[in-house]
Design a protein around this ligand. Sequence first.
Ligand SMILES: [Zn+2]
Length: 428
Amino acid sequence: MNSAKRTKRWMLIPMVVALLGSVTAFAVGDAQEAQRPDMTRVIERLSKPVLQHAPIKEVYWREEQVNEGENFTTFLNRLGVSNKEVQNLLAQKSFSPELVRLRAHQMVSIQGDNDGGLNAIQFFSDDEDGEKTLLALEKVDNQWQASATEVDTVTMPTLRAVNVVTSARGALAQAKVPVEIREAISEMFGDKFVLDDLKEGDTVRVLYESHYFRGQEISAGNILAVEVGKDGRLFQAYYFDHGDNTGAYYDHRGKSITKGFENKPIQTAARVSSAFGMRFHPILKTYRMHTGMDYAVPTGTPIVAPSDGVVSFVGTKGGYGQTVMLSHRKGMETLYAHMSKFEPGISNGKSVKAGQVIGYVGTTGRSTGPHLHYEVRINGQMVDPSTVALPVRTLSNSELAAFKGRVNSAEEKIATIRGLPVMVAQLH
Ligand SMILES: [Zn+2]
């Protein structure tokens, strides 16, 4: 990447941050042009308010990729952090080796300043146990320290709209819609159309929650509403929180938009003890992304395949403990962690039918008590299992009334950009 390009990207990020809290829309000319926003024009239009608020020492967030073969120490060394500084940091009691594990090609957010200094670093550490931990570090009085506090986070709805020219996925990626949101959209409409079949003239508008930490978007939350215009037809989906740590997508009348899976992985009445998504850990003072949903059930409870599939993994998988993975229709995989034992005959490559027992609940791996951690990946992206991989839940009359309220609220937000050639809007 040349330095001119990098400067442009650095300039855009603080502008977006500076404008959070008000409705801002980045108009980018005609509908055709919405595919390729003219960065120069956007910068010119927005530069004035930023200059008014610019601090004397300017700071910029940027993304840095971890190279093949690098670990936490060598990665930081490359950015100019000395060995001694890294050792001082790792000596602090809140740091465990698992917490600072970096994967090759992982993106790390770096906050630098115009003097070439490094102020803050943040990334999600993933040690394969059903949680990703946000590690946020900052340099205070020349000393690196952990910096997560609850007040530093904010969750806001983000609205993004694209007009398809060649590919819906490409257009959404260009509009900076996170990959997990793109995969979730593709999956939720999977029974109606294939996202990749959208063509020129079709549209996608999506309203979703974004989690910001210290002004930096760290992860996406729930999709609240999506509407897809395809061949002159409008497909809509709205999220409804069932209030029991699960939620699902319904059309504007409250009918489920997916056919759903045939079964739950646990056949007995089981409480969902932990939902998919971001949470703050009050003792460790850090954010964790729970990558699946947990059923609180006793050791030995049978776990069944919720839908037909093929066994793609049986064995021990790091902090997940004894784990089975099944692959279902194109690109979709389910994972069952912390099992006490596998069902005899469950082996790699074997086909399983919906309802067939695959193993038994336990507490193997990194786990504090017996439970099933149920995870769903679509093309490798973790999505909320309750929205795509459970049986359809019909809304009761009282739920339907509450749902209508959500639809109206989402509609109001989407209406603010419907028909406009707009790429992105931050709503407050
Ligand atoms: Zn879990």
